[in-house]
Design a protein around this ligand. Structure first.
Ligand code: CUA
Length: 351
């Protein structure tokens, strides 16, 4: 008996333990926007319905086991002396028929409730599209980082590009236009919305709205090669004023070097391999193979959320990216210590 209950309770108890950890910065059950709230609502409905059904089924099975054991006489499995009764019991048959009928009816109703909740949540999420005052951003998946472009193509002077970090004004709907430059990726910021595949050549759109300021994490959710797991994304939901200030600073070209050391660093950047892949607006570096570094120092992470953006991590990343993210498209850069320090100093000015 004890074993029966301990086994049947393991799954739900384990589930509850896992669920107690579902608050967080990358947690679908801790919604920070209306789309994610709809999805988590459906999730909780499924959870409670299936939990109650599970508890009832286990309870009834336990009761039947207990009753049969008592009938057999305290659990001993010796054959019973008297012959079993095989005569039909009309009252029992009728009761069993009713029980099965009612159970089927309840199951059907529950399945319809779950199906309708899914359907109406999908419609509610869909209805949030095409909001009039929406902000549009373009997110392109690359192996293994995110390119993010802000601004309307009709006003190129306001456009800017960043990477691996999205800023959103709180409470404003955002249309995210998704695409991929190589293989299939999937855009997933669990606190804001479900997953959306990014298929090369097939633009997709997802609407999100952050209604709680904070920093959240996103993650590529479609296996896309060696560094799929380290294709992460920072999403900052902030006040309209903070967002406007951030946008204004991102639109500016990069700060020019202010000291001889920073100038040396810029020469290392422009004269070495860095400029072959990266852009720094306001300098001759304009390649789009790797992330745009114009305001690199303003970002919280480097290598697509793999590391905090600190000088030490950056030095390690520049010298040997393959050690941190094996397979990453960035080659090792065996710089001498003097050049490395000058480069680090220059990059730290790209706020
Ligand atoms: Cu990109 Cu997985």
């Amino acid at each position: 008996m004890n074993r029966f209950f301990s086994r049947s309770l393991t799954a739900p108890l384990l589930g509850l333990t896992v669920l107690s950890g579902c608050k967080g910065l990358q947690a679908p059950l801790d919604p920070a926007g209306p789309q994610a709230r709809q999805i988590s609502g459906v999730w909780w409905l499924y959870f409670w319905v299936t939990l109650v059904v599970y508890a009832i089924v286990m309870g009834v099975a336990g009761l039947i086991a207990l009753r049969n054991r008592r009938r057999r006489g305290g659990g001993r499995s010796e054959p019973v002396a008297e012959a079993p009764t095989t005569a039909p019991d009309p009252a029992g048959e009728r009761r069993a028929g009713w029980t099965v009928g009612v159970s089927i009816a309840i199951t059907t109703v529950l399945l319809f409730v779950l199906m309708l909740s899914d359907f109406f949540s999908g419609r509610a999420i869909h209805a949030m599209a095409n909001a009039p005052d929406a902000l549009t951003i373009r997110v392109t998946g690359h192996q293994w980082w995110w390119e993010v472009r802000y601004g309307e193509e009709s006003r190129p002077q306001e456009m800017f590009t960043t990477a691996n970090e999205i800023h959103l004004p709180v409470g404003r709907p955002v249309q995210v236009l998704l695409n991929s430059s190589d293989v299939i990726h999937s855009f997933w910021v669990p606190n804001l919305h479900g997953k959306k595949d990014m298929i090369p050549g097939h633009g997709a759109t997802v609407w999100i709205k952050g209604d709680r300021p904070g920093t959240y994490f996103g993650q590529c959710a479609e296996f896309c090669g060696l560094q799929h797991a380290q294709m992460r994304l920072v999403v900052v939901v902030e006040s309209a004023e903070q967002f406007e200030a951030w946008q204004a600073s991102q639109r500016r070209p990069a700060n020019p070097p202010a000291t001889a050391r920073q100038t040396q660093g810029q020469h290392v950047f422009l004269g070495g391999t860095c400029a072959l892949c990266h852009t720094i607006a306001g300098t001759p570096a304009g390649s789009r193979v790797g992330p745009d570094l114009t305001h690199f120092a303003s970002r919280a992470t480097l290598a697509a959320g793999s590391l905090p953006n600190t000088t030490g991590h950056l030095a390690g990343w520049i010298l040997d990216p393959q050690k941190i993210k094996p397979g990453a498209k960035m080659p090792p850069n065996p710089l001498n210590p003097d050049d490395l320090h000058a480069l680090l100093e220059y990059l730290s000015t790209l706020k």
